[in-house]
Design a protein around this ligand. Sequence first.
Ligand code: SF4
Length: 213
Amino acid sequence: MNISEIFYSIQGEGVEIGLPTVFVRLFACDLRCSWCDTMYAVEGRDFKKMTVGDVLTEIRGHACRRVCITGGEPLIQRDEAEELAKNLVNEGYRLVLETSGHKMPPPVFWTESCVISMDCKCPGSGMQDRMDFDLFRKLRPQDQLKFVIADEADYQYAKRIVSEHPLKANIIFQPAGGVGLEWLTDRILNDNIGRVRVLPQLHKIIWGEKRGV
Ligand code: SF4
C-alpha cells in the first residue's frame, strides 16, 4: 500500500468527534478540491510502501481499538483498503472510512463495525460534478454525509441537497475557507434546518494546521 502517514490522535470531524483514533492515511486522490488541506497525500512522492501486514502491525502497536481509514482518497487503493478493513473488523476494531462521495465502498465498510463518512463536495470545491448522489442515498443511519461549506453559495447548495434527497445518514455542515463557525451556525439556526449538525475540525482548534494530528 502507498501510505502517507499513520498516527494516533483524536477524531477531529463528524459524529465521532473527540474519540481517540488511529489514523491510516492512504496516498493519492483523483479529485482536486480547491481548499484541500492534505495535498501532501494527493500529489508528490511523500509516501512509503507498506504491506497490509505492516500496516496492521503498526496499528496494533497503539492501545486503541478505533481506526480511521482516510486519504487522499482511500478507495483509489480499493483492494488493499478492503483487505486492511477485513482484518481490522475480524480483530474487533471499530472503523471509520473517510471517502469523497464518488466511489462505492466495498462490502466490508457496510458492516455494523464501520461508519462511512462521505463528503458531498459543494461548488466551492470545484468538484461538485464528480459526486454520485445514489451513494448518498445508500448511506445508513450510522453513516455521515459531510458538506464542507466555503461560502454562501455552498451553504445554499448543501441546504438544497439535504431537502431534495431522502438521506438516512447524519448530516454534517463544516466550515472551510472564508466562512466561520459562528456565521454557519447562525445560518443554520435562522433557517431552522433541524437535522443538520454544525461541527468544527477539532484537531485544528487544538493544534492548528499541522500534520500527524
Ligand atoms: S477529495 Fe479530499 S484529499 Fe482529495 S483533493 Fe479533495 S479534500 Fe483533498
